[in-house]
Ligand binder design. Structure first.
Ligand code: HEC
Length: 115
């Protein structure tokens, strides 16, 4: 009985540890504190594309998303509902994050891709 409980607790704590890495608290914190959440919701397109749609456009390509966040990449979602909104809306937002330390940009990109 004790062994079973121990195994159960181990599985739960490993699970929590892994989901913590996936959710990336530092990335989430940057995302919220820089005001990104005002235009980007987790699963529904609003002013900007949802994190889920951004994540599927980048297909797990962390380096490409980091390039975009640094202001060096071309937007992938600049069509349909968001046509013409990169230059007028999103490009300005990048000014406040493109000079963040590399680790912060990586955490931010990982947070976005976790959706
Ligand atoms: C005022 C609204 C607004 C805010 C605030 C905002 N965005 Fe955006 N974002 C947009 C719009 C509109 C688009 C769609 C244009 C485009 O595809 O780039 C977009 C697109 C994006 C994309 C997809 C780029 C692509 O490849 O198409 C990413 C990634 C992104 N935003 C990240 C962020 C981050 C990180 C922040 C916070 C620093 C942020 N956004 C803040 C409006 C906003």
């Amino acid at each position: 009985m004790k062994t079973k409980l121990f195994i159960l607790f181990s599985i739960i704590s490993i699970g929590l540890f892994v989901s913590d890495i996936k959710a990336n608290p530092n990335g989430k914190n940057i995302f919220t504190s820089k005001g990104c959440a005002a235009c980007h919701q987790p699963a529904v397109d609003s002013v900007g594309p949802s994190l889920k749609n951004i994540s599927s456009a980048y297909k797990g390509n962390l380096g490409q998303l980091i390039d975009f966040l640094k202001g060096n990449g071309k937007p992938l979602l600049e069509k349909g509902k968001f046509a013409g909104q990169y230059d007028s809306v999103m490009k300005l937002q990048l000014n406040q994050i493109k000079n963040l330390p590399a680790k912060d940009l990586k955490d931010l990109a990982q947070f976005i891709l976790s959706h």
